[in-house]
Design a protein. Structure first.
Length: 371
């Protein structure tokens, strides 16, 4: 087995990269989209479904799994892979974003962040070290450092102070689990808000530390698409070319393509799974909402160009009926298709980088998804 953390770039097409990241639970072909499984499950899908659609890695979340069922309970059951019977790679977010984004009282200090549980209001405290210890208990293949994701609209002064603390926290995370001390990888997270010089400073400080990969944080927090793209194109090239680059919390199909064109290798977002549950489905011809009355007697598949279980076996009329009747199968079939669509899109992206046609692929989807 290749040493976990090894990242090889096989081909490039412009700034887009085709690579392979090795982890203790197998290799990840990049660029890659990572389905979000916040509580150790990708809502409404089984590990078998995810393997069938060639999901290579899924996300878990430190904040949620620490609060319920508890990271130590998971550790006693052999870790998150064994507990959830997902034997491919897992990346866990550190909880920083959840603590800052979920409502509720929290107190931030140099030591860490105090917050209340969204389940029972009980008080908890995450230090950078604690956030890493939880991820060690979960046994995730890629751990994220504890960081502060400043809100959209934070002023320069606050953003600057915050990024300096995020760097100090990143150092503490790395010291808690030094590079090479085990099979788990650790990624640093670049902050700096929407100030390019602060993003540059954050990247310089973090990239001097021995992380196996680097994430672009602090985006997809309510900003406009052009603002997000501007920061992605500014920040991605600042990160080491020989390490994987992960853009957190992004995004739509067009966002994925734009990020890859900037040199991003890994992405995650709740959009495909969350939108599936409200009937918004992504297809090769653009987005459709299955609620529409127009589909009431439409016997055609959701997407004639999609080879997924949903598109091969059910009509729009039936999918609309399930949605309107609030049937559980609606969640499952819609989520299956949306994630299959995202994963298949990234397979097309990987192929296009290998044969130098990425720009054409991106243009084709821009036409299909033109506002
Ligand atoms: C709050 C919730 C559930 O998280 C999703 C989702 O809503 C929503 C709401 O609008 C969409 C775009 C659909 O995604 O925004 C979140 C996705 N954006 C995002 N996730 C992030 C995760 C992060 N983790 C860390 N450790 N540090 C970060 O800086 C960070 C930044 C991030 N930005
Ligand atoms: Zn489909």
């Amino acid at each position: 087995m290749t040493k976990p953390g090894t990242f090889v770039v096989h081909a490039t097409d412009g700034n887009a990269r085709r690579g392979t990241l090795s982890t203790a639970h197998g290799d990840i072909q990049t660029p890659i989209f990572m389905p979000v499984g916040t509580q150790g499950t990708v809502k409404s899908l089984s590990p078998q479904d995810l393997e069938e659609m060639n999901a290579q890695i899924i996300l878990g979340n430190t904040y949620h799994l620490y609060l319920r069922p508890g990271d130590e309970l998971v550790a006693r059951r052999g870790g998150l892979h064994k507990f959830s019977n997902w034997n491919r790679p897992i990346l866990t977010d550190s909880g920083g974003f959840q603590v800052f984004s979920l409502k509720g009282i929290r107190k931030l200090s140099e030591e860490g962040v105090e917050f209340r549980s969204y389940i029972d209001g009980s008080k908890h405290f995450f230090s950078p070290e604690k956030a890493i210890e939880i991820q060690m208990n979960l046994g995730s293949d890629i751990m994220m450092v504890l960081d502060e994701c400043v809100g959209y609209g934070a002023d320069r002064g606050y953003t600057e102070k915050s990024l300096e603390m995020t760097t100090r926290w990143a150092k503490r995370c790395r010291e808690r689990y030094p590079a090479g001390s085990g099979d788990q990888l650790m990624f640093g997270i670049v902050q700096g808000g929407f100030f390019k010089d602060l993003r540059t400073r954050s990247a310089e400080q973090l990239c001097s530390l021995p992380f196996e990969g680097f994430a672009i944080g602090g985006l997809s927090v309510g900003e406009s698409i052009p603002e997000m793209y501007e920061q992605v194109h500014h920040t991605a090239p600042l990160l080491p070319a020989e390490k994987p680059r992960y853009l957190m919390g992004v995004g739509t199909p067009l966002d994925l393509l734009e990020a890859v064109s900037a040199g991003v290798d890994m992405l995650d977002c709740v959009l495909p799974s969350r939108n599936a549950r409200n009937g918004t489905l992504f297809t090769s011809q653009g987005k459709i909402n299955i609620k529409k009355a127009a589909y009431k007697e439409d016997d055609s598949p959701l997407d004639p160009n999609c080879n997924c279980y949903t598109c091969r076996n059910f009509s729009k009329a039936y999918l609309r009926h399930l949605y309107m009747s609030k049937e559980l199968l609606s969640y499952r079939l819609n989520t299956y298709h949306n994630l299959y669509f995202y994963l298949d899109l990234m397979q097309q992206v990987r192929d296009s980088i290998e044969n130098g046609t990425f720009a054409q692929l991106k243009a084709r989807y821009e036409d299909a998804y033109a506002a």
